[in-house]
Write a protein that binds this ligand. Structure first.
Ligand code: GCU
Length: 343
């Protein structure tokens, strides 16, 4: 397990730090101790994407807003690039307060909060607008409130677009083209099953290992959104990209319940509001980056395949059994989500 940086400045340490600053203030006329903005809490935030990625930029915005709105009393240190570990490990650490905040994909999170599988079912949404209507409405709010017993608290939804297949070997045009292929998936049982239903072999692998797995032939393909395909350089080693958009897997900003309980209701309220505001910012960046990434990889020689409506329908039919296998207990919510797409 990697070492965690500063987690929390304890009350005693904060008092001590305050005293030191006050003393230092004596030799600097006109500077009050409270101006020094001594943080009461220094908290960690885990993010597995690169510094310039929309979700990471959202995290920085979140940290800035929290600092500003708490008058410097809460400082959040963003650790990007997966330096605190892969998503599954980060979530496990958060369950006992080893990491305070994170932005994670709903896919690995569904191993801890199984109901989240509902939101990442293949071909569930008609498009981005449909998904956002659901996440920003009552259904989305209910999901944010259904983390009881997980040791985590959900704060806000981030965008991660739609996921599609890519590989170094050949264009994928029909479900049969995936037959026998070893496809990397996120660490989620539902994703494993989806690949099996499409005739491939699923290889759950942490995100930061996908590039080398593609390069060395340990896997024959993977699936992700445009910005990840581009940012993680997967396009360099897997040039055939099929826009099949089999899933939309939203992301969440979450906080450890152990950390959350230590904060006053006032701080909690500020954090919730800042998380929401940073989410609006992330969504704007996401849209721009998706377009830029798609353009960049195509300029670099990536070959894009678009499915015919008939073939898309065949992909959809192949994975249909997954609904009863994973969401048997949530048929009503699925129906409500589908209905929201028709309105
Ligand atoms: C997306 C998501 C990451 C996730 C990755 C994956 O890129 O933003 O958080 O780790 O998918 O495929 O593992």
């Amino acid at each position: 397990m990697r070492k965690i940086q500063v987690v929390l400045v304890s009350g005693a340490a904060a008092v001590l730090l305050g005293a030191v600053v006050m003393l230092a203030g004596c030799s600097s006329p006109g500077r009050k101790a409270e101006d020094a903005g001594v943080p009461e809490y220094v908290l960690t935030y885990a993010e597995n994407q690169a510094e310039d990625y929309p979700t990471t930029q959202g995290a920085y915005r979140f940290a800035e807003l929290v600092k500003e709105k708490t008058g410097g009393k809460i400082e959040i240190l963003v650790n990007a690039g997966g330096t605190l570990g892969d998503e599954k490990l980060v979530i496990e650490q958060m369950q006992f307060g080893g990491v305070d905040f994170a932005r994670v994909s709903v896919s690995p999170l569904s191993g801890f909060v199984p109901k989240l599988n509902v939101l990442q079912m293949p071909y569930l949404y008609t498009g981005a607008d449909h998904m956002w209507k659901v996440l920003e409405g009552e259904i989305g709010d209910d999901f944010l409130d259904s983390f009881d017993g997980s040791g985590l608290v959900a704060l806000s939804w981030y965008d991660a677009g739609a996921r599609s297949f890519y590989n170094p070997v050949k264009p994928i045009r029909r479900p049969e083209d995936l037959k026998g292929m070893r496809i990397r998936v996120q660490e989620s049982e539902m994703m494993v099953r989806m690949i099996e239903l499409l005739g491939g072999t699923a290889v759950p692998t942490p995100y930061d290992e996908v590039y080398s797995a593609l390069q060395t032939g340990k896997i024959d393909g993977a699936e992700n959104n445009w910005p990840s395909y581009e940012s993680a350089n997967h396009y360099e080693v897997a040039k055939y990209f099929t826009v099949d958009e089999h899933t939309r897997v939203p992301e969440l900003q979450i906080v450890s319940e152990a950390t959350w309980k230590k904060l006053t209701p006032e701080y909690q309220q500020i954090i919730r509001e800042c998380a929401q505001e940073s989410a609006r910012y992330e969504r704007k960046l996401w849209k721009e980056r998706s377009e830029d990434s798609a353009r960049k990889v195509q300029n670099a020689g990536c070959e894009v395949t678009t499915l015919t409506p008939e073939e898309k329908q065949r992909f959809q039919e192949a994975v249909t059994p997954i609904y009863s296998e994973f969401c048997g207990d949530y048929v009503d919510i699925i129906d409500e989500i589908v209905a929201a797409g028709r309105e």
